[in-house]
Every structure is written in C-alpha cells, then in structure tokens.
Design a protein around this ligand. Structure first.
Ligand code: BG6
Length: 492
C-alpha cells in the first residue's frame, strides 16, 4: 500500500455525503495505511463547533457505518481531524483556514500538499474557489488539487462558464470531477474484462454484437432531495454522467497505456461519436417517465408529484430510456439501450451485451419455433458484483436440443470488504495523482452537448405524467424502443 502526505480541506464536512461516504472512506484508507499520521483533515462548516464536537459527529458516523468491519485506530484517526468554522461567502473568513493549514503543516509532515474537497451544492463552487485564491489559501509549497462533486453545470453553457470560473484557481490537471460510478469496482472492471482477455476484444464490435443494454434502476424515490431533483431530473442526475460514462467505457478503443490522458482521450472519442439527435427525433430515441403511486418492497409509496418540495404539476422526468448509436467503424449500426429511473421494481445496475445469432441454427432450444438462446455477457455492477456468460450446451440425452447455462464469477465477500465505498477508490486515486476515473472537461462538454437537445425538447413540451407505477419497470413505452429494432430488455 502506498501512503500519502496531505491535508484535506473538506467543505461540507457536517453534510450527509461527508458523514455517510467520505469520512468512512478516509477512515478506511487510514486503517489500510494509505493515510498515516502525515495527514490531516480540516473539516469546514458554518456551525460554531470545536474539534471535540466535530470529532464526536465523525465518531458517530463511523460507528454507524455498516461497511466498516472494525473500528481499529478510530481514536488516532479522529485526532487527525480539525474543525474550522468558515463563512464560505466571506473572503475574510478564509484567513482562519489559512492559519489552520499553516499550524497543521508546522506539526504534520504533509509536504504542504493541499487537497480541497467540495462536498457542497454547486452554487458554491465558484465562490469557494475564488475565495481560496483571493485569500492565498491555494498558495502552498506542495501540490494543490480540487475534488468537485456533481452536478458540474446544468447544460453546455453553464458548465463552460463554471469551468472558466474554476480555472482561475485550478488548472485542468488539478481538477478531479467526481463521477462516483467510476469508483465502482465492476465499472472499473469493464476495461479489465475487455482488454485483458483475448476472448472478447475480437468480438467486441458490430460484426458480433447485436446490441448493448445498460439498466440502472432504483427503488428509492427522491427522498428529501425534491428541490434539487426538480431542477435536474433523471437526465441530469443519472444519464448525462453515470450512464454516458459507462457507454464510453464499453465503447472505447484500447488505450495505448493506462495513463489518465490516454484513457480519457479514448473515452472522449466515443462521446464525440455518439450520434446527435435532432429535436424532432427525440421521441424516436428517448422515452421519459415519472412515477405514480404504487408499491415498492411491499410498502405503499406516493407519486412523485406528492413528494416534498415537488410541484403538483411537475414535468420533471424520474425515468429515461434511450437508444443511442456510436457512429464509428467499430459500432456503426449497434444500438446501445439505456434505462434508469427512480421508484422502480428494485435497485440494480447491470450491463447486458447481446451477441448476434449463429449464421444458421443446427441446434435448438425449441426446434418448432426455430429458437436458439442468445449468447449474453452480463456484468452486474450492484447490488451483487458479478460477471456471467450465457451459452448453449447440449441438453443431456437429446440430439439437437440445447439448454442455456451460465458461466459465472462473483466477487467474493473478502474482496468486497477491501473497500467501504466507491469513494474510497476515488480519494485514493486523487491522492495518487491518477485522474483516469474522474471526468475530464472534454468528456463533460461532449456529454452536455448530447443531452442538451433532449432537455430542450422535454422542458418545453408537457408530458402526460405520471406514466409508470412505482415498483414497476418504468413506462411500457420503453419496451417499444427495443421492439421496433427486434430486441427486448433482458431481465436476466
Ligand atoms: C447519484 C444521484 O449521483 O447517484 C442519486 O444523484 C442516485 O439520485 C445515486 O440515487 C445512485 O448511486 P448508487 O451508487 O446508489 O447507484
């Protein structure tokens, strides 16, 4: 294990993300030895608290975390945390932060490395980076890095402006834009499976693959994030980032090396080659949905329009299904189908790669109807993390009958316990200077360009919402996207 020297300034330290994900991830990195006594967390908040008060908050969050297997080293970890009260909109208030960095650096060997983590709503990104620069907090003898949560803008224009603002303080190579799906083990496995097996790469193209399906369903509703969600909806919340990132990993060419630049260059090319959809064609490629009341996990739940902070006439989609084409040599003609939504039947993220049929059936699963099962490669990202390959074998004792079998591998519990969360991988990568699993500016802008046309149509055109029951697979119309091409969603 490599160990890193740095102080981490955590903006939004008392917020939900910090307590549920970031502090547990940092604690686990401490337990594993990646963070040692040569590091400090400067927990930044508005509230009047002292170190002891904040350490109690952190202690409770860590004790309550179900993923942590032990609390060994808890007291020493907590002693590395210092609370700093900052009014983030007031530049003068940053002098407290500057003093704190200096006092910590005089006793802890961080080499002056400063990592700024903005676990904050996006309206504060510009003011914080401006004030960090104006107050001189970013002047240090070590490195400075910025980790920034999504959403990064709400369309091409605003993302461009936000980036201009942030670039006054941080250069592109210092900016780590989080897409937490890129920290998930099985998402990272896409590249490994593709590029470390000679078996798949020769087949990974429009000669042998008929279509690729990505499903990311959630059973939860919008919880207490109605205000945020009303402004974003499924397109900005899940599709523009997590889903298109998965598409680019599935579609990219082999990178010439594993460096961040080489990997991201290939992903950018995929995002650039996704066919732009004309406004008048949006309805042929995308289906939107919003949940009605229904039953999820045996419990009654209300419709989206009845959620807190949501308009009674809301036009915000909580579901999107899409049909994309990557117009390049490898993928021309192969549809990529994507669906993601809230309040669906279950929580599941998976990728199904469907291979083309054999040129002529000699064997059958059902001879009368000339049916032979499809070869499928199924990558399960969550809740279980597994890979399986669906093949046909001889049905025992018969001549021409086949049956389908699955060759499977599941990540075992011991390996699962090695990281507490996707965030742990990402924080490690950032400390290590590896940006491959973060979104580059060019990826971001290409993704916005693609989704802007959908949002422009959907935001002006009123939808007949609600149109799917909570606890279902989403609007029935999403099946038509596939059936008109002769395919169906694989519920495998
Ligand atoms: C976040 C979205 O980016 O991803 C949430 O803002 C969503 O709305 C979440 O629930 C899903 O992440 P995961 O890791 O639970 O699949």
């Amino acid at each position: 294990t490599q160990s890193f020297k740095a102080s981490i300034a955590l903006f939004g330290a008392t917020g939900d993300l910090s307590r549920r994900k970031l502090l547990p991830s940092m604690f686990h990195l401490f337990q594993e030895g990646s963070l040692t006594h040569d590091f400090a967390i400067l927990a930044i908040g508005r509230k009047d608290m002292n170190d002891e008060d904040f350490r109690e908050v952190a202690r409770t969050s860590l004790q309550d975390n179900e993923k942590l297997e032990s609390l060994e080293g808890l007291d020493s970890f907590l002693s590395c945390i210092h609370y700093v009260q900052v009014d983030i909109t007031d530049v003068d208030s940053y002098s407290t932060l500057k003093d704190k960095f200096e006092s910590v650096e005089s006793s802890v060997d961080t080499e002056g490395n400063r990592l700024f983590y903005l676990a904050m709503p996006p309206q504060f990104f510009t003011v914080i980076t401006d004030n960090l620069r104006r107050s001189g907090v970013t002047e240090t003898k070590g490195y400075k890095k910025l980790i920034i949560e999504k959403p990064f803008g709400r369309d091409y224009e605003s993302a461009y402006r936000l980036n201009q603002d942030i670039s006054k303080t941080f250069e592109e190579h210092e900016i780590y834009r989080i897409d937490h799906y890129l920290g998930k083990e099985m998402v990272q496995n896409i590249e490994v499976i593709r590029f470390s097996n000679s078996l798949f790469e020769p087949l990974w193209n429009n000669h042998y693959i008929s279509n690729i399906q990505i499903t990311s369903s959630e059973s939860l509703g919008v919880l207490d994030r109605g205000e945020y969600y009303e402004r974003s909806g499924a397109v900005r919340d899940m599709f523009q980032n997590h889903m298109l990132q998965i598409v680019s990993l599935l579609g990219m060419e082999p990178p010439i090396s594993l460096s961040s630049d080489d990997i991201r260059d290939e992903k950018i090319k995929v995002l650039k080659s996704i066919r732009k959809i004309d406004k008048k064609d949006v309805k042929n490629h995308f289906v939107r949905g919003q949940y009605d009341e229904g039953t999820v996990d045996g419990e009654y739940v209300c419709k989206y329009r009845d959620e807190e902070d949501v308009s009674e006439t809301s036009n915000t989609p909580t579901f999107i299904a899409a049909r994309l084409f990557i117009d390049n040599f490898r993928w021309a003609g192969v549809p990529f189908y994507i669906r993601t939504g809230k309040r669906m039947r279950n929580k599941e993220t998976k990728i199904v790669v469907e291979f083309k049929e054999v040129p002529k059936n000699l064997y059958y699963q059902n001879e009368q109807d000339d049916i032979l099962s499809k070869n499928l490669l199924i990558l399960r990202i969550q809740p279980d993390e597994s890979i399986s390959l669906q093949l046909n074998v001889k049905d025992h004792g018969s001549e021409k009958d086949t049956k389908e079998i699955k060759l499977s591998y599941a990540i075992d519990n011991k390996d699962l316990a090695r990281t507490v969360d996707a965030y742990e991988n990402l924080i490690y990568d950032c400390l290590n200077g590896d940006a491959a699993n973060f979104t580059h500016y060019e990826e971001l802008m290409n993704a916005w360009q693609f989704v802007d046309s959908i949002n422009q149509v959907w935001e002006t055109d009123i939808a007949p919402f609600p149109n799917y029951r909570a606890g279902s697979d989403g609007p029935v119309k999403s099946n038509l996207l596939l059936s008109k091409d002769g395919f169906k969603w694989w519920n495998v």
